[in-house]
Write a protein that binds this ligand. Structure first.
Ligand code: ADP
Length: 178
């Protein structure tokens, strides 16, 4: 089941919230900063324990890593790194879809039944919300329908921060719902 919400993702009582992280997993601005502040310093410690795959990279773009949620109502934080948007022709759509797919797979592997996503890459990374929202919904529907992996029982929340982002998602769900 897919739901659209307008909320601060750090307040949601779900099994996992997804963080739009950076490759170092050092925390940062935007939703990443908000999640680290709400989870407390243990989250930063847990991120540092994630092994580097190469110098300065704990989570390559498009991949996902999991940590506990510590002080958050959510049990887990799934950290994924969205692509920086250039023009949409440098692999950004595939990388953004991979973020959603890999986060969902990691949530399923860890027994999560509910997961909330922010609008990955649409802040500082500059991905146009209309394009990013379409990719996220398409990827989610493929996952939930079992075409990618059979986990249809998962509740997925697209957690929009702004009213405008929520409108984009609401319109997309209305026009393209099966
Ligand atoms: P990125 O670097 O992937 O673009 P940002 O954190 O800059 O990540 O922005 C991603 C999205 O997260 C934006 O739509 C932004 O409005 C939203 N956002 C920022 N803070 C929060 C929050 N507390 N809860 C949910 N979404 C948030």
């Amino acid at each position: 089941m897919i739901r659209i919400a307008q909320a601060d993702i750090t307040t949601l009582s779900v099994d996992a919230i997804v963080n739009a992280a950076n490759q170092r997993m050092f925390g940062g601005g935007g939703v990443d900063g908000a999640i680290h502040r709400a989870a407390g310093p243990e989250l930063f410690e847990a991120c540092l324990k994630v092994p580097e795959v190469r110098s300065g990279v704990r989570c390559p773009t498009g991949e996902a890593r999991i940590t506990p949620g510590f002080k958050l109502p959510a049990k887990f934080v799934i950290h994924t790194v969205g692509p920086v948007y250039r023009d949409g022709r440098h692999g950004e759509p595939e990388l953004l879809a991979a973020c959603y797919r890999n986060s969902l797979a990691l949530a399923a592997e860890n027994g999560c039944k509910s997961i909330a996503f922010p609008c990955i890459s649409t802040g500082v990374y500059g991905y146009p919300i209309e394009d990013a929202a379409r990719i996220s919904v398409d990827t989610m529907r493929a996952f939930l329908s079992g075409r990618d992996s059979a986990r249809p029982e998962m509740e997925v929340i697209f957690c929009c921060f702004s009213e405008r982002d929520k409108q984009v998602y609401d319109n997309l769900m209305k026009t393209e719902s099966p």
